[in-house]
Design a protein. Sequence first.
Length: 249
Amino acid sequence: MGLDPDRLNAIDLATVDEFHVGGLDATRELAAQMELATGLRILDVGSGIGGPARYFAAEHQCKVTGVDLTEEFVQVAQSLTRRTKLDHLVEFVQTSALDTKLPAETFDRAYMIHVGMNIADKAGVFCEVRRVLKPGGKFAIFDILRAGEIPITYPVPWASSEETSFVVSKGSYHNQLEKAGFHVERERVRTAFAIEFTERAIARAAQDGQPALALHLLMGNLAPVMIKNVLAMMKQGVLEPVELYARAV
Ligand SMILES: C[S@@+](CC[C@H](N)C(=O)[O-])C[C@H]1O[C@@H](n2cnc3c(N)ncnc32)[C@H](O)[C@@H]1O
């Protein structure tokens, strides 16, 4: 892509390291609702290869700790963070979001982007986030939720079959968040934005070819069919990308 690997900035990697529908635009939108300030400590739940964490550090000067279960993702996240010279603000820990081993009441904010679909125990993850957040801290979620009862068509980017897919409804997120000690302050359905973003990316790839840095590097050869399935299900009203903003009470 003509980038110098020794002079990368956080945004240069956005076509590959923002591993969710809506890419960097979606991360920006989430950040804009999170009442951020320089120096705040943020937990990134399921940080992947670290695009959102680097964005929060580079654009908002926050200190971010990313936790992820996948060792290889953590290693790539650390390497890209060194390359983009953000390792003084961002760290990654290989651990489960259900039991991070991080100290209680450490973080001012937390966010979770496209992770809940892979976690059956939503109550467990919400309780763990509540434990490590300071009282009054804000928790932002951007996940794909179930909008209707029609069965999901696999593969999707988070699962090749229903055995590893745990997509539930907005009502279920609300209940589990409230039980875990959060008050849900706001919810925003992002289906129209996500459809438009995905259709634009597909049209661009058809016209100009796939960029060298893109999500096929993370999703493999089935990336086009996974993306096509999610797009079709968002259009049919089977799935909906939703932002939720909750406050630790
Ligand atoms: C689709 S990726 C999203 C990555 C990142 N949030 C982003 O938006 O770029 C989902 C991530 O969740 C992680 N994950 C899944 N289950 C997890 C768990 N129980 N604890 C921590 N991470 C988990 C996966 O390893 C993967 O990196």
